[in-house]
Ligand binder design. Structure first.
Ligand code: ADP
Ligand code: MG
Length: 339
């Protein structure tokens, strides 16, 4: 008889975990920009080459990391955001799994430059495929700068299945939209091969929607505002006559986090029932706020699927809020009001 089970080396475990968290260049952008938000940044710049296949650079003016934390940040399950299982029930940060940096560093060439405001020198770390090549003190700006090169260089199957640059870039733009919309107070810029795609100034919520999707949307938007003990629903919906044949301007956020929610989507479609031209979709940008302990974010590594304790109570609240806004703007006959 011989024993055959072994613990996998960290680099291999990280590479496996990366398969779930990092599907494409856009996943790297999402994870790093979310880290910048959690670090309290007010300004985030994303610089991409070849749709992220050759370079993703993200810099922020957030809190930066100490030299020890800078090194620790690449360890799997290493996080400053939760300390115990109890914390999982009331997450207030975008991250908490401590997986992103370990995953990214397992499948790319990563350079980190980071400095905390009170320190004179910052830290430079260079990691390739989980192996630290360099760690040294370095002059850097306050905040954090990540450069991710050659993503998936050691995972040929993944690299081969990346889509054309135009498609990968579209995914990156979607991620930036999902982060920009609920964070209008943060300046966010996106450059691709040296061209500006977004330069979003600090502004209010409505103006941010318009900055992201274009001025023509402004005339279409109607405000939604509802405050109940279970949930607050704020945001904007498009007037039915401006509905489009393609989707792409339908956004739900919960506590500042983008989510997909087909069930709540139906609440909105129902509210628009009979007001829409056939086969069209209204724009909506709805920001839900509720107790952090009434939702479970930890359903999937990318955290876009979220479980609600009171899903069935929230549905009619969203439906009514949308219906009321449409009514207030004379889009629906007022008799329909209290349906
Ligand atoms: P998580 O975000 O789930 O904690 P990550 O792997 O994304 O896990 O990051 C690990 C840790 O590294 C974070 O908890 C945080 O302390 C630190 N960190 C990552 N990015 C930044 C950043 N841009 N600024 C400051 N600290 C950061
Ligand atoms: Mg993170």
């Amino acid at each position: 008889m011989s024993d055959i089970i072994q613990l996998l080396p960290d680099a291999v475990a990280n590479q496996i975990a990366a398969g779930e968290v990092i599907q494409r260049p856009a996943s790297v952008v999402k994870e790093l920009v979310e880290n910048a938000l959690d670090a309290g940044a007010t300004e985030i710049t994303v610089n991409i080459k070849d749709a992220g296949k050759t370079l993703i650079q993200i810099s922020d003016n957030g809190c930066g990391m100490s030299p020890t934390d800078a090194r620790m940040s690449f360890e799997r399950h290493a996080t400053s955001k939760i300390r115990s299982a109890n914390d999982l029930f009331c997450i207030r940060t975008m991250g908490f799994r401590g997986e992103a940096l370990a995953s990214i560093a397992a499948i790319a060439d990563v350079e980190l430059r980071t400095k905390q405001t009170d320190d004179e020198l910052g830290t430079f770390i260079h990691i390739i495929a989980s192996e630290v090549k360099t760690q040294e003190p370095a002059g850097c700006n306050n905040g954090t700068n990540f450069m991710i090169k050659n993503l998936f260089f050691n995972v040929p199957a993944r690299r081969k299945f990346l889509k054309a640059n135009s498609t990968e870039l579209k995914h990156i733009i979607w991620e930036i939209q999902r982060i920009a919309l609920p964070n209008p107070d943060i300046k966010i810029s996106l450059f691709h091969n040296g061209t500006v795609l977004y330069e979003l100034p600090q502004t209010n919520s409505r103006k941010r929607v318009v900055d992201v999707f274009g001025k023509s949307l402004n005339q279409s938007l109607v405000t939604v505002s509802e405050d109940t003990s279970i949930v607050k629903v704020n945001g904007f919906i498009g007037q039915p006559k401006f509905a489009r044949k393609t989707m792409g301007e339908q956004f739900f956020f919960v506590n500042g986090r983008y989510m997909r929610h087909p069930y709540f989507h139906k609440a909105i479609m129902k509210a628009y029932e009979q007001l829409l031209p056939p086969d069209t979709f209204p724009s909506y940008f709805l920001f839900l706020e509720l107790d952090a302990n009434a939702i479970d974010i930890n359903v999937h590594p990318t955290k876009t699927e979220i479980k609600f304790e009171n899903e069935r109570d929230i549905w009619p609240i969203i439906h009514a809020a949308v219906r009321e806004s449409l009514g207030k703007h004379n889009v629906v006959p007022s008799i329909d009001f209290d349906q």
